[in-house]
Design a protein around this ligand. Structure first.
Ligand SMILES: Nc1ncnc2c1ncn2[C@@H]1O[C@H](COP(=O)(O)OP(=O)(O)OP(=O)(O)O)[C@@H](O)[C@H]1O
Ligand SMILES: [Mg+2]
Length: 332
């Protein structure tokens, strides 16, 4: 079994007609990150830190940049505010060659933004302002352009409030009907997020939440049971990311495997799951088998964690592939 039964001929035929390799729709956020964080200074005090940086992050934003770094022709679809952070997000996406023509500037909204305080162990408590991700909306006029992609990714279901009420499902349905492979990641913390998530599952080829999110959505601890729950709702395959414990795959044929994570020196885990999505898309676009695709995705997530800020450690396709082939895993 080589993963989902997406006919190779179909993938090849689309290479001639699609405008983009990858459309990344959803959560785009501006991050300001400091390292290493210990605690908030008492009163109005000030502690020194060694590093400070800015990054475009989010389940769609990190994925778009990491995919572009790895050579995918990438289209960004999301909402940003009419503010300085929005200016910077667009500039940064363009810097990496991402097409920003379908990014929406939302008048009167702020750009979704975070202050991320990364600890020495790579964990990263954050202060987040929700912003324009809740307000962007894909119109019928924009639809043909955004679905002209080999892989269509919706990242941040649960945060796209205007889109989550059925429009993301319609867009994914249109992308699938046009022949795209669809991937979905969420921002979900409880069963209350399930209606928005359930609406998109019938149009989802690969559902890629973290295991914490899968458990929070389903109330099921066992990975196989949680995957079957989503598959019963229409997903073709689940890929759960397990942080430093790797990844778990299960598809509708019953084929499953678990893969350990790469053994890396962690700097910041911000955006690991989002970078994983980009590596996964690269594997799909290249037509790799599912194990190689998950390995490449894990390599992208691991490299992401070696630098401060989303996608910092991701360089290129060749670099990621070489890492995937040569780096030690935690179990080896
Ligand atoms: N500490 C780590 N060591 C090695 N690899 C890691 C580590 N943390 C994450 N990864 C890699 O990144 C992938 C995604 O990480 P994780 O499961 O933490 O995603 P997430 O919780 O969705 O993150 P995000 O904040 O981006 O949504 C993992 O499957 C793994 O391959
Ligand atoms: Mg995630």
């Amino acid at each position: 079994m080589k993963g989902l039964d997406v006919p190779e001929a179909q993938v090849k035929a689309r290479q001639a007609v699609t405008t983009y390799d990858y459309t990344s729709m959803g959560f785009y956020t501006f991050d300001c990150l400091g390292w290493p964080f210990t605690e908030i200074p008492p009163g109005g005090g000030c502690y020194p830190i060694d590093e400070l940086t800015l990054a475009v992050s989010g389940a769609a934003g990190t994925a778009a940049i990491a995919a572009a770094k790895m050579g995918l022709k990438t289209l960004a679809v999301g909402g940003i505010g009419d503010d300085l952070m929005g200016d910077w997000v667009v500039q940064r996406l363009r810097h990496f060659g991402v097409d920003t023509s379908t990014m929406q500037r939302e008048k009167g909204w702020k750009t979704s933004s975070s202050i991320v305080t990364t600890r020495a162990d790579g964990s990263r408590p954050a202060l987040h302002m929700a912003g324009a991700t809740g307000s962007f909306f894909v119109t019928e006029a924009e639809l043909p352009k955004i679905i002209a992609a080999k892989v269509f990714h919706a990242g941040g279901v649960g945060l796209m409030h205007a889109m989550d009420k059925g429009r993301t499902a319609e867009v994914l349905g249109a992308a699938k009907a046009a022949g795209a492979i669809t991937t979905v990641d969420v921002f979900a913390g409880s069963p209350n997020d399930m209606p928005a998530v359930a609406s998109v599952l019938p149009y989802t080829d690969y559902f890629v939440p973290s295991i914490d999110e899968a458990r929070a959505l389903t109330g099921l601890f066992d990975m196989g049971e949680a995957a079957r729950y989503f598959i019963d709702l229409g997903v073709k395959a689940c890929v759960f990311t397990l942080g430093g414990d790797g990844a778990y795959y299960r598809d509708c044929s019953g084929f499953s495997f678990r893969m350990p994570a790469f053994d890396i020196q962690v700097k910041c885990t911000c955006g690991c799951g989002d970078a994983f999505n980009a590596g996964f898309a690269v594997g799909l676009v290249k037509g790799f088998d599912i194990e190689t695709t998950v390995r490449l995705a894990q390599a992208t997530g691991a490299l992401n964690a070696t630098g401060l800020g989303s996608q910092a450690g991701v360089e290129s396709f060749e670099h990621t592939l070489n890492f995937a082939k040569t780096a030690r895993t935690r179990a080896s």
